[in-house]
Design a protein around this ligand. Structure first.
Ligand SMILES: Nc1ncnc2c1ncn2[C@@H]1O[C@H](COP(=O)(O)OP(=O)(O)OP(=O)(O)O)[C@@H](O)[C@H]1O
Length: 246
């Protein structure tokens, strides 16, 4: 597996406070990675830097093979380069059906003309059906998205992001507000997604992270405190002190 994203020596300050402090780590192609750490550790700021929302004061963010710099690129350019981001709260079109939401998310020309006269092809319908199957909503295609449970809305939004086929999917606290059954299904979905792309999951729920069964990066005060398997990082004295032991 080759390198997909390399963050190196990245620092971000807000009014003199270092939200990221010489942060360095990398993600490989088709890798599932969990990022954990106490409140204020810099997890959101890391995602903001990768997606072009926040410009770092220093450091490098390299993407792809051969590597190109993502610094200075707009959020839309970075999204089109293959970085998808799922925010914590679901943002689906509630008065549209599951099928319509997925259809809108397919990679298509976005001019007003194209959208107005968009007629789904058989291939588009197949892709939507396949995506609905993947996210466990095949039986809910004709339902209004607003009627779905919180967990189902989260899966729908993950499906909408997957429909755009990103090479890297950043997912912020997917388990928040979910039932135990929904959490289990979400770990399965993310593990499945990571077979065809890299998936980085920011999460506080340690049981959820354990179920993901992947390498874990622990952030603290804007840099990497520890990295490795869940057993490795949960035994780390520093991690216990700043995060787990609280
Ligand atoms: N736009 C901003 N202006 C000022 N300070 C900010 C800004 N964004 C983040 N910070 C500060 O930077 C630090 C890192 O924040 P960040 O949101 O990245 O942490 P986090 O690890 O995502 O935390 P949480 O788990 O609570 O979401 C925090 O102390 C936060 O208050």
């Amino acid at each position: 597996m080759s390198q997909l994203l390399e963050v190196s020596g990245v620092s971000v300050s807000f009014d003199g406070f270092k939200a990221l402090n010489n942060l360095s780590f990398s993600i490989r192609n088709r890798e599932l990675r969990a990022v954990i750490g106490p409140n204020g550790a810099g997890k959101t700021t890391f995602m903001d830097v990768v997606t072009g929302k926040t410009k770092p004061d220093e450091g490098r963010v390299l993407w792809g093979e051969p590597p190109i710099s993502l610094l200075g690129k707009s959020e839309s350019t970075i999204a089109m380069a293959g970085v998808g981001r799922k925010f914590q709260r679901p943002t689906v079109f509630e008065d549209q059906t599951v099928e319509a939401n997925l259809m809108m998310a397919l990679r298509k020309p976005r001019s007003p003309f194209a959208v107005l006269f968009f007629k789904p092809s058989a291939e588009d319908r197949d892709r939507v059906a396949e995506m609905a199957e993947t996210i466990g909503l095949a039986q809910a295609l004709t339902r209004k998205s607003g009627e779905l449970s919180h967990g189902q809305k989260q899966w729908l939004e993950i499906g909408m992001l997957l429909a755009q086929d990103p090479q890297l999917l950043l997912v912020d606290e997917p388990a928040a507000g979910m039932t135990t059954a929904e959490r289990e299904k979400t770990t399965d979905l993310l593990r499945e997604a990571a077979k065809t792309r890299a998936v980085v999951v920011v999460e506080h729920d340690m049981e959820f992270v354990r179920r993901l069964g992947c390498k874990v990066t622990v952030l603290h005060e804007g840099s990497v405190l520890a990295e490795g398997s869940i057993d490795h990082v949960t035994k780390n004295e520093n991690v216990i002190e700043v995060y787990l032991g609280r």
